[in-house]
Design a protein around this ligand. Structure first.
Ligand code: NZQ
Ligand code: ZN
Length: 385
């Protein structure tokens, strides 16, 4: 096992009706900005429930945070906080609203151009406003981690940031809040959580037995409940299990003491930035080709994945690996998520501009061995057609 430093201070309050706990979680006398996305927080009634739970506080609203949250929008929220002397933020939404709130919390204290926070991948953050979250979409794990992904629309840049100061103080995970999710978003959530586990598990063995077994448990649970939750979005137990899987997939626990990959994510971010596909749609396209192209270096873990997660164990190891990759692709397809660029009417002409973006964003040595160069990405994208 590799050395590690595990830190996660987020208080998780899980279950039905937990929004009522808000007044026990937000500091007394806090002046709050509630951040949310488009209309879903309103139409689902969650926003009203939150406002009711905070009736003894001074509260202002900031809506309109878009999927793939934009720098240009988020800096307007910083102004609202400054102009009104607010001192606490409450995010109500999915990964985009929570990520955007992380940026707002940090940008409030930024010296100079707040884009510097993202350009430094979060390393320039020195202080952040406290914030909490009400999760409405299980997918990203943002509710219990210190990362965010921010887009600058003016130049199609989508970059990750991370900093220890960016964990939520608390997150309320009420699985009934995802009953209103459209099928597409539920499927995206399953795929995103699945790929988060893969990015931390499917690298090379380091004898991290408990991390491996946790990861395999999350993957198998997602395989088991993914299609079911899409067909039964109002089934509490299914939603509860999906929500906890998604949180556990990216809260640092399974990633402690093991190598990480993240090449699928970084390549996917560029596809979203240039072509607007949802985050998880890009992952479902890139991951199968990524595994296929890099199967020599990932051989041991691919075999373990095939045997333990999919129960495939042919004498021919090559066949075992190929079948596991095929099963992965079919799993995404079974959720209704497409696995090739051409299904989105994107052709080979998109490849070179993506590679140029990767270079511009210093994403030239990706993966657990730092060997996923733009040349390798070209081949992976060709396989993803
Ligand atoms: O904007 P509204 O109207 O709220 O609608 C949203 C949005 O259109 C809707 N939605 C959310 N909750 C709903 C709902 N609709 C009905 N009922 C509900 N309960 O869903 C749509 C998508 O929301 P979004 O927040 O964008 O989705 P997701 O949670 O998948 O977040 C994606 C973003 O997170 C980043 C992605 O790159 C992307 O920008 N990621 C963040 C990570 C992190 N912080 O650790 C890791 C991930 O790898 C990912 O990169
Ligand atoms: Zn992701």
């Amino acid at each position: 096992m590799l050395n590690f430093d595990f830190y996660n201070p987020t208080n998780i309050i899980f279950g039905k009706g937990q929004v009522a706990q808000l007044s026990n979680l937000v500091p007394k006398g806090a002046r709050i900005l509630i951040t949310y996305g488009g209309n879903s927080a309103k139409s689902s009634g969650t926003l009203k429930e939150v406002q009711d739970a905070l009736k003894d506080y001074e509260v202002m609203l900031f809506g309109g945070i878009e999927p793939n949250p934009r720098f240009e929008t988020l800096i307007k929220a910083v102004e609202v906080i400054k102009n009104n002397n607010l001192d606490f933020i409450l995010a109500v939404g999915g990964g985009s609203v929570i990520d955007g709130t992380k940026f707002i919390a940090a940008a409030y204290y930024a010296d100079g151009d707040p884009w510097g926070i993202v350009a430094s991948f979060g390393q320039s953050v020195r202080k952040a406003l406290p914030y909490g979250a009400i999760l409405t979409l299980p997918a990203t794990g943002s509710e219990m981690n210190n990362g965010g992904v921010i887009t600058r629309a003016s130049d199609n840049t989508k970059l990750p940031m991370m900093n220890r100061l960016l964990y939520p103080r608390f997150s309320i995970l009420d699985p009934t809040k995802s009953y209103t999710l459209p099928t597409k978003q539920l499927a995206n959530g399953v795929v995103d959580a699945y790929v988060h586990v893969i990015e931390q598990y499917l690298t090379y063995p380091v004898n991290a037995h408990v991390q491996d077994r946790f990861s395999e448990g999350i993957l198998q649970t997602l395989i088991e409940i993914g299609p079911a939750v899409i067909n039964n979005p109002k089934d509490y137990e299914l939603q509860a299990n999906l929500m906890w899987c998604a949180t556990m997939a990216l809260n640092g626990l399974i990633g402690a003491g093991v190598p990480h990959d993240w090449a699928t994510h970084m390549l996917g971010h560029e596809i979203t930035a240039l072509h607007g596909l949802d985050h998880a749609q890009t992952l479902a396209i890139v991951l199968p080709s990524m595994l296929q192209h890099r199967k020599k270096r990932k051989r041991d873990k691919l075999l373990q994945y095939a045997r333990r997660v999919w129960n495939i164990n042919h004498e021919d190891e090559e066949k075992t690996i190929d079948e596991a990759i095929e099963k992965t692709r079919n799993f995404f397809t079974s959720l209704g998520v497409k696995t090739s660029l051409s299904e989105y009417q994107l052709g080979p002409e998109i490849i070179e501009p993506i590679l140029t973006q990767l270079e511009e964003h210093h994403m030239t040595k990706l993966g657990e061995h730092n060997d996923v160069t733009p040349d390798v990405c070209r081949k992976i994208l060709q396989l993803s057609m």
